[in-house]
Design a protein around this ligand. Sequence first.
Ligand code: AKG
Length: 349
Amino acid sequence: AQHTLMRHEGIECVSHATQSLVVANAGLGNGMSRHQLFRIVEEYGLVETLLMPPNKPYSFVKYGTTEEAKKAFDALNGKEVTREDFGQNIVLYINFVEKVFWKNVVPTSLPPGLTVVEKVISPEEERRMLESIDWTEDEDTQNAQKTLKHRRVKHFGYEFCYNSNNVDKDKPLPGGFPGICNLFLEKCLKRGYIKHKPDQLTVNQYEPGQGIPPHIDTHSAFEDEIISLSLGAEIVMDFKHPDGHTVAIMLPRRSLLVMAGESRYLWTHGYMITPRKYDVIQASELGQKVGTITADVGDLTLNRRETRTSFTFRKVRRSPCNCIYSSVCDSQKGQQRQGQPSFPLSEME
Ligand code: AKG
């Protein structure tokens, strides 16, 4: 029956062992996330390709060797796994295939309001921005510095408090932004990436394997436009709509992520916190990787992670948010953070 189902879909299963598997019940179409599937399949060998066709209840995995694929087949066929998000159990069904491919690749659109500007600064500016952050300062220096469980952070302008997911608007930090950041923001304003000059900066530093949990920046804390500069390393960031639709976006090194409108207010953003030190990315030319929707394309490979430092600039909000996304808006619920994804307690010291 499994073979018939796969043939309906144009997938030819083979009875001999190959490097590639089709994993039924583990697709984007039945709620399996790319992260979870990757974690499951990487246990059995080097995953060369992980292809998850849009809206389909199956995925394809290509291993470095046939032996690895065989190991995965033996261990996973018929195995029950618990889906991370809904806690629902599903049984995986696996077959060998000759080739991993997906013919109906349709470009999925980016979350509305989201832009990625590539090479927004030069390598020299990147170096100077990284040097402008002194991580050796101790606690009683002027800019709040914290080591969270999964990354370290430093705040400028205003401290972001992870207990309340908000800023103390009456307590600006002394010293302002590092000078080079002001120059960068002038450039962003001049080029029209942002309309208002931010007054709050969070610098996050992530070692390989670290990340940030999915969250929406608290509506009542910050204005609409939020920008994040990626330095030191590229990363794949996941954006998730409340209906469960997830889009993985490649943020190249020295690129600027601009989140406005729906992408800022309604979609969560974050990237994985796992012991692994690789990201699944599109293996096309560099220029095509910007804004890549890795979940929906077939041309995937793995990238080793390096230390990534991000500079996230935001403008502190001075009046309640009146956006159109009231289901996730704490201003409109009259209550802090109600129903809104926030940083879990485990994030904190
Ligand atoms: C945050 O600090 O709230 C972020 O979302 C940081 C995102 C990033 O590292 O690019």
